[in-house]
Ligand binder design. Structure first.
Ligand code: FEO
Ligand code: CA
Ligand code: CA
Length: 690
C-alpha cells in the first residue's frame, strides 16, 4: 500500500506549490505581467485581519458500496455565533431562502466529499474511464496516448449539461480538462526527462470530453454512458478552425499553418458558458506555461508581447518543446498567439470542427457567459484571470435566430464573429480616502459605484490609438492597458442571474494588491494583500446587456466572518459559513448563487456554497459540500434534484507523487487518486434545498 502524505501545504492556507507549478506555471512567483501605469493612486494602509480557529463538527463516515466511493455526511455546523467574538447581530428570522434549506457543512479537512446531511453521492466519471468506442479500461500501468484519446481526460473543470433531444433520461455533459499533473499520473515520473509517450498522454488528457450521462431513477445515481454516439474527445491535437476578424492574420501564421486559420488543439481550458443556441464555450486560460525559450527572444516588440502574457524563461514545465517545435517560441514565434482564445464547440455534432473565436480577444480567458441584449443580440462576459488584469464583454452585432433549422444554425454560428469588444472601468462613489485598503466599509455603507465599457475594437475598426484591430484582438491585454481599464483582483467566473439580469463576477484573490509599485486598493478591489477574494454584482444601465454604462456593488467580501474586512451582502456575519477564494459560480432555479472555491486560504478544504442574492436572506452563505485533500471544487451545476461538481486535482499537495499520494480519493488506499465528476442528490428524492 502507498504511504499517505501528511497534510502539508507550503503556501499559507491557500494553494499548494504543486498546484501553482502545474496549473498556472507558477504565475504568482513571476513578475505580474501587467506593469502598465494604468493605476489609480491612493493611500495604502495594510489591512490587519483577525484570525480565529474554525469550527469543527463531528462526521459520520459512510461507504457507498455501490460505487466504492468513500463518502462523509456531516452533522450540521454549529452556530458560528457560538464561537464568534464579533458583535452579535440580530438573528435572521424565518427560514433560509428556498433552495438553500439544508444544514451547512462545517469547514473540515476530510479526504472525501462531505455533503450536507441527508444527501447521497456517486462518482459519475473518473479520469481514464473509457468513453469512446474501442477505448480500453483505465490501467495506470499500461496507459498510452492512444488509450487516453478515447478516455475521459485529466483535471475536469468547467461543466455544461444539455438535454439530449429524444432521450428522456439522458443528458449531455461537456467537461474541460484544464491541465495535467504528470507527477500524480505516472509512476516514477522524472520531470527533467519526460518521455515522448508521457508528453503525448498529456496532450490527449487535455482538452474537453463530451459524454452522455444516464440517471438511475430508483437509486438516484448518475452514470456515464460509454460509446454513446454523441461522446467525443477534443485534445491538444484536435484541429480547430479560426474565425472572426483576426482569422488568417499574419500574427497567427506558422510554418505548419501558413493560412493562420487552422490550429491544432486547445490548452488549459477553464470557465466557459452555454450559448442560447446550444453550443458550448470554453476559455483557454494559463496557456503561457506550455511554451519554452521566451527568454531567448531578442526582438523587443515580440519580447514585450510575450512578457505581457506571462510567457517567460527557458524550458517549460512539461518539456513538450522537446517533442514538438511549436512549443518553442524561438522556432515558432507565432504559435503562442494561437492560444488564449475562447473556443466554441457544437456538442450535438461529434464531427463538427471546433472553433477559436478571435472577436472575443486573447487573454487568460475565464468564463464566457452569455446573455441577450433587449433586442436579441448575444453578449458575453469574460474575465482575464491574472492579478491586476481586466474584465471584458463582447456585444454581437447580430440578433440570434430562434429554432433549430439549418438556416438558424448557420446564422447563429456567426454571432460571435462580429461585434464590439469592450473592457471595464470601475469607478467608486466614495471618496478615495475612505478606501484605506483594510476592507473597512466607506461611510455610505457599501463598496459600490458606476462604470463604463470602453470599446477596444469592432470588426476591422480599432478604438485603441497605435494599434490595428488585428493587434487589439491578438494582444488584447496591451490594448486594454492603453485605455484606462481597471486592474482587478483576478476575475474568475462570471454569471448573469437568469432572474434579475444582474451579473456576478468572482474576483478570487490578489495577494499583491497594495504592494509597493503595484496598484493600491480601490473601491471594487478594496483590500490590500487580498487573500480571500470578493464577488461583485454588476447591473447594466437600463438592465440592457448592450449598454455601455453600468452600476456595481460588492455582494460578498470573502473570508472568515470574524475578520472585520468581510461583508456578506449585509447579512448578519455571525450566521454565515466562512468562504475564501470564490471561483466557479452558477445559479439555481430559485435565483440563488452557488459558489465553488479554489485555494481556501482559511486552512480548510475547498467547497461549494449557496447564497441568496435577494430577499431578507440576501448574503446568507451556506456551505453545501467540501472536497478531498488537495482538490478544488469546479464546474458546479445545481439542478432541481441534483448537484454536480468536478473534483479537480485531488491529492495535489507539495511532495505528492504516485508513490506518495496525498489523497486516496475516490477509490481508497492502493488506488491512484483520480480527478472525477460527482453527483449529489437528496436521499429522500426531494428537491435540493427545498
Ligand atoms: Fe482555471 Fe482561473 O481558474
Ligand atoms: Ca460606496
Ligand atoms: Ca477557475
Amino acid at each position: 500500500m502507498r504511504n499517505l502524505l501528511p497534510l502539508i501545504s507550503s503556501h499559507p492556507g491557500g494553494r499548494s506549490a504543486l498546484t501553482c507549478r502545474y496549473r498556472c506555471g507558477d504565475a504568482c512567483f513571476h513578475e505580474t505581467p501587467n506593469t502598465s501605469d494604468n493605476a489609480y493612486v491612493g493611500d495604502v494602509i495594510a489591512g490587519a485581519a483577525s484570525r480565529r480557529s474554525l469550527l469543527r463538527a463531528g462526521a459520520v463516515v459512510t461507504v457507498a458500496a455501490a460505487t466504492g466511493v468513500v463518502a462523509v455526511e456531516r452533522a450540521p455546523q454549529a452556530s458560528a455565533a457560538a464561537n464568534s467574538a464579533a458583535a452579535p447581530a440580530a438573528a435572521a428570522k424565518g427560514k433560509a431562502a428556498r433552495g438553500l434549506r439544508f444544514a451547512p457543512v462545517a469547514p473540515n479537512t476530510e479526504d472525501v466529499v462531505v455533503t450536507a446531511e441527508g444527501h447521497d453521492q456517486n462518482v459519475v466519471i473518473r479520469w481514464g474511464d473509457p468513453i469512446l468506442r474501442g477505448a480500453p479500461a483505465f490501467d495506470p500501468d499500461k496507459q498510452s496516448a492512444k488509450a487516453q484519446e478515447g478516455q475521459f481526460g485529466y483535471n475536469n473543470d468547467y461543466m455544461a449539461v444539455l438535454d439530449v433531444p429524444g432521450e428522456r433520461d439522458h443528458q449531455l455533459l461537456v467537461v474541460n480538462h484544464e491541465y495535467t499533473d504528470e507527477v500524480l499520473m505516472f509512476a516514477g515520473y522524472d520531470p527533467e526527462n519526460p518521455t515522448r509517450e508521457q508528453a503525448e498522454i498529456g496532450w490527449a488528457a487535455h482538452g474537453l470530453s463530451v459524454v452522455v450521462t444516464a440517471e438511475e431513477r430508483r437509486l438516484g445515481r448518475l452514470t456515464a454512458v460509454p460509446r454513446h454516439r454523441l461522446n467525443r474527445r477534443i485534445t491538444a491535437t484536435t484541429a480547430f478552425e479560426v474565425t472572426g476578424p483576426a482569422a488568417g492574420s499574419e500574427l497567427l501564421r506558422t510554418s505548419a499553418d501558413p493560412s493562420g486559420k487552422r490550429i491544432l488543439g486547445t490548452l488549459n481550458n477553464c470557465g466557459g458558458g452555454i450559448t442560447p443556441w446550444g453550443t458550448v464555450l470554453s476559455g483557454e486560460e494559463n496557456f503561457n506555461q506550455y511554451f519554452a525559450n521566451a527568454g531567448s527572444v531578442t526582438d523587443p516588440t515580440t519580447a514585450a508581447r510575450l512578457k505581457r502574457y506571462g510567457i517567460a524563461g527557458a524550458a517549460s514545465e512539461r518539456k513538450w518543446e522537446r517533442f514538438d517545435d511549436r512549443f518553442d517560441v524561438v522556432k515558432e514565434p507565432n504559435e503562442t498567439n494561437r492560444f488564449g482564445w475562447v473556443i466554441e464547440i457544437d456538442p450535438f455534432d461529434p464531427d463538427s470542427t471546433p472553433r477559436k473565436l478571435t472577436a472575443l480577444g486573447r487573454f487568460k480567458h475565464e468564463a464566457a457567459e452569455p446573455r441577450l441584449t433587449s433586442d436579441g443580440r448575444p453578449v458575453l462576459y469574460m474575465g482575464d484571470d491574472e492579478k491586476f488584469d481586466y474584465f471584458y464583454k463582447f456585444v454581437s452585432a447580430k440578433r440570434m435566430m430562434k429554432g433549430n433549422s439549418r438556416i438558424a444554425r448557420e446564422h447563429n454560428r456567426t454571432l460571435l464573429d462580429e461585434g464590439t469588444l469592450y473592457v471595464a472601468k470601475f469607478t467608486g462613489d466614495s471618496p478615495a480616502a475612505e478606501i484605506d485598503g483594510s476592507g473597512k466599509l466607506p461611510k455610505d455603507g457599501e463598496f459600490d459605484g458606476a462604470g463604463e465599457w470602453i470599446p477596444l475594437a469592432c470588426g476591422d475598426r480599432s478604438f485603441v490609438e497605435g494599434m490595428t484591430a488585428e493587434e487589439v484582438y491578438v494582444f488584447t491585454r496591451i490594448a486594454a492597458d492603453k485605455v484606462g481599464a481597471t486592474k482587478m483582483d483576478r476575475p474568475e467566473d462570471v454569471e448573469p442571474s437568469p432572474r434579475t439580469g444582474r451579473v456576478y463576477i468572482a474576483l478570487t484573490n490578489n495577494t499583491d494588491r497594495g504592494k509597493a509599485d503595484k496598484a493600491p486598493a480601490d473601491e471594487a478591489n478594496p483590500r490590500n494583500g487580498n487573500k480571500h477574494g470578493q464577488i461583485l454584482e454588476l447591473t447594466e444601465r437600463w438592465n440592457n446587456a448592450g449598454s455601455t454604462r453600468f452600476n456595481w456593488r460588492l455582494f460578498l467580501v470573502c473570508g472568515d466572518p470574524e475578520d472585520p474586512s468581510t461583508y456578506f451582502g449585509g447579512f448578519p456575519k455571525d450566521q454565515v459559513s466562512p468562504i475564501s477564494c470564490p471561483d466557479n459560480i452558477t445559479f439555481d432555479a430559485y435565483g440563488n448563487l452557488w459558489i465553488s472555491t479554489d485555494g481556501n486560504a482559511l486552512g480548510n478544504h475547498d467547497g461549494l456554497f449557496g447564497v441568496a442574492t435577494a430577499g431578507s436572506r440576501r448574503g446568507e452563505v451556506k456551505q453545501f459540500l467540501t472536497v478531498p485533500t488537495g482538490a478544488e471544487t469546479c464546474g458546479p451545476i445545481v439542478q432541481d434534484r441534483r448537484v454536480l461538481v468536478a473534483v479537480q486535482h485531488p491529492g495535489e499537495l507539495d511532495g505528492a507523487s504516485v508513490e506518495k499520494p496525498a489523497s486516496t480519493w475516490p477509490d481508497g488506499p492502493g488506488k491512484l487518486t483520480r480527478p472525477s465528476v460527482i453527483s449529489v442528490w437528496r436521499r429522500d428524492g426531494g428537491d435540493i434545498g427545498a
